[in-house]
Design a protein around this ligand. Structure first.
Ligand code: AVJ
Length: 321
């Protein structure tokens, strides 16, 4: 991971800010170093983690309908993807577009440089003639810069329920960036995990093999490795919660005892009371009406909600008015 913003400076700063706050918190974007990327791949294959499978089902079954509006324009277009990751799901769309032989440029945006390099490599072997323009940046900064904007219609993908990692206000702020970063007629496809049986949601973040626990703990390991700290990972409990009203699934690391942790790079020792927690991640679940509300805040009209057969997940297609 060599993204500018994960260089020593900002990671250290964010850790310092988070652990000096009350209650303590750490930003979930730091889950994704090389080890975290691998753990997330394992999470996606877990029986409890339905999100990825459900979104696959949507894209595999309905990619023709999803792409119909952009194809109906019969013009070259830009396919922008915020948080491209390994591109596995996007390739369902890319294969169909390649087969139709339509003209477009793919702009994968990701925070992780190593992820982008791997993606570029796998795309050039499967689609040697595809125009690919990787952008290493955050969602918001890329939407501010819009390096893809050349007057052609844009289809902006924001898949994988990544928007769930933002609380309500931050999600609204992302939507506002989408509002500013798109022009009339541009299309946006966003993946939302939907509210459902709370037990099913909780299980997805509390798998029986403890992979999600490892994923959460990797934050502490990473602080130990990169910032010369002495977190004793075994003294923390992985504790996910789900609130059916707000739709917020939150993950915590709970200190089982009173202890001190020293972070060498910060020259600071942090005190943990017994059972004090660190809030590490939010994965918000949405209702369809909340989603429509977000669309209107961004100046978008909902064209269609593409859902899986059980109604667990929705990729929603919006058009800028
Ligand atoms: C990649 C943000 C969609 O919130 O479900 C998986 C990350 N965290 N298990 C999610 C995650 C714990 C995931 N997203």
């Amino acid at each position: 991971m060599n993204a500018k913003n994960t260089d020593f400076g900002t990671f250290a700063q964010d850790v310092m800010l988070g652990l000096n706050s009350t209650p303590k918190t750490l930003p979930s974007k730091y889950f994704y170093d090389a080890k975290g990327d691998k753990l997330f791949q394992q999470i996606m294959a877990l029986p409890e983690y339905y999100l990825t499978r459900k979104e696959y089902e949507v894209l595999e079954g309905q990619h023709k309908q999803i792409l119909a509006p952009i194809l109906a324009l019969e013009k070259p277009f830009n396919l922008v993807e915020l948080g491209a990751g390994d591109g596995m799901k996007t390739k369902i769309l890319l294969r169909y577009l390649a087969q139709l032989n339509v003209e477009f440029t793919y702009y994968p945006v990701d925070f992780s440089g190593s992820v982008l390099e791997e993606l570029e490599e796998s795309l050039s072997s499967e689609f040697p003639s595809m125009k690919v323009h990787p952008i290493q940046d955050t969602y918001r900064d890329s939407l501010k810069k819009q390096v893809w904007e050349d007057g052609k219609p844009n289809l902006i993908l924001f898949l994988g329920a990544n928007i769930g990692n933002f609380g309500v206000d931050e999600a609204k702020n992302i939507i506002d960036h989408l509002r500013v970063g798109t022009k009339k007629g541009d299309l946006v496809l966003i993946g939302f995990d939907l509210k459902k049986d709370p037990q099913i949601i909780l299980n997805a973040y509390h798998d029986e093999h403890g992979v999600t626990r490892e994923f959460n703990m990797n934050l502490l390991d990473r602080i130990n490795r990169e910032l010369d700290a002495d977190f004793d990972r075994e003294s923390f409990i992985h504790w996910p919660t789900y609130d059916p009203v707000s739709g917020e699934c939150r993950s915590y690391l709970v200190s089982q005892k009173s202890q001190e942790v020293t972070i060498g790079a910060l020259n600071q020792t942090f005190e943990f009371e017994a059972f004090e927690s660190i809030f590490t991640e939010i994965s918000k679940k949405y209702s369809l009406s909340e989603i429509s509300h977000l669309a209107s805040l961004g100046g978008f009209e909902v064209k269609q909600n593409f859902m899986d057969s059980e109604g667990y997940f929705s990729d929603v297609l919006w058009e800028k008015q």
